[in-house]
Design a protein. Structure first.
Length: 300
């Protein structure tokens, strides 16, 4: 796939002054549009993977060390199939959806039916943290398939962290992303009860987060809505993007992992079909193609 200038999304991170909660807000429109460009998603698939990527960016950015990553995987029985979103320490993301054309009928209210596209099944969250040894994995049953409620439920059940999560993707008439974003609030141990009450009271104000960004609000202004009446401070704003770390070298190693016997058989099949004795591997996260000759694969 051709290279294009990277367009960044803005991710704001902050904390209440009493240490009760942390707040993250992201305007993820550029991330979602890059995802659409790479995967050519239909509207409902755009919303499903776009919400997952938005969450992965925020969650990745609160991991403790550089090199850490989080993988969110929905394994549902809906039309979308498997959905994977990977976020890193810097908030950068990449993602995959098994059926990018998933687009079930809309709900009676006219909204995209992401829950139907995802279906019933399991949600797994894998955290690869540098000093934790083996990756940490938690799995729950999918609650609604609407993404945000499922991930918030995962945090409550698997990590015992009370979490407010609002995610939204607004698809334009030309199938591009008109607006997208997310709000993540997590309570710290022993939070102040009054702070918790105010956050709960303010929750409806960010329920439709994509509409807020469509109106032109900034991440700071959206954060002020959920933090209304609470003393809090933003401590940084990250530039995040849809970035895939695949490379020819990495893909070459994966191909060699098939073994010479399997590679030779695949090359023979190519020749039998009148094609050059070469194999092309496609990265499922960005659809970049890497072609390897017989010499690349078998050394002859």
């Amino acid at each position: 796939m051709e290279k294009q200038e990277i367009k960044y999304s803005k991710l704001l991170r902050g904390m209440t002054r009493d240490g009760s909660a942390r707040v993250l807000v992201i305007d993820s429109r550029e991330i979602v549009n890059e995802m659409i460009r790479r995967h050519k998603t239909a509207p409902t698939a755009t919303a499903a993977l776009g919400r997952s990527l938005t969450a992965a960016s925020m969650i990745g950015s609160i991991l403790p060390w550089k090199g850490d990553s989080v993988t969110i995987a929905f394994n549902g029985d809906g039309d979308a199939g498997k959905i994977i979103a990977v976020g890193d320490y810097f908030g950068n993301v990449k993602g995959y959806i098994q059926n990018p054309l998933a687009d079930p009928p809309r709900k009676p209210n006219g909204k995209l039916d992401v829950g139907a596209a995802v279906g019933a099944g399991t949600l797994s969250v894998l955290k690869d943290i540098s000093d934790a040894g083996d990756p940490q994995t938690g799995t729950i049953e999918i609650v609604t398939g609407e993404i945000a409620e499922d991930i918030a439920t995962y945090f409550a059940k698997s990590e015992q962290v009370p979490t407010l999560l609002s995610l939204g993707v607004l698809v334009d008439t030309d199938y591009t992303c008109k607006a997208a974003g997310g709000v993540l609030v997590q309570l710290m141990p022993y939070p102040d009860e009054e702070t918790v009450r105010k956050i709960e009271d303010n929750t409806p104000a960010v329920a439709n987060v994509s509409a807020l960004f469509d109106r032109g609000l900034t991440p700071r202004e959206v954060a002020d809505l959920i933090m209304e009446g609470i003393e809090w401070d933003p401590y940084d704003e990250l530039e995040t993007a849809y970035l895939c770390d695949c490379s020819r070298e990495r893909m070459h190693k994966k191909m060699l992992g098939l073994g010479k016997k399997e590679l030779a058989s695949l090359l023979d099949e190519q020749e039998a079909e009148g094609k050059p004795r070469e194999l092309t591997a496609v990265c499922r996260f960005c659809n970049s193609e890497y072609t390897f000759t017989e010499r690349d694969l078998l050394g002859k």
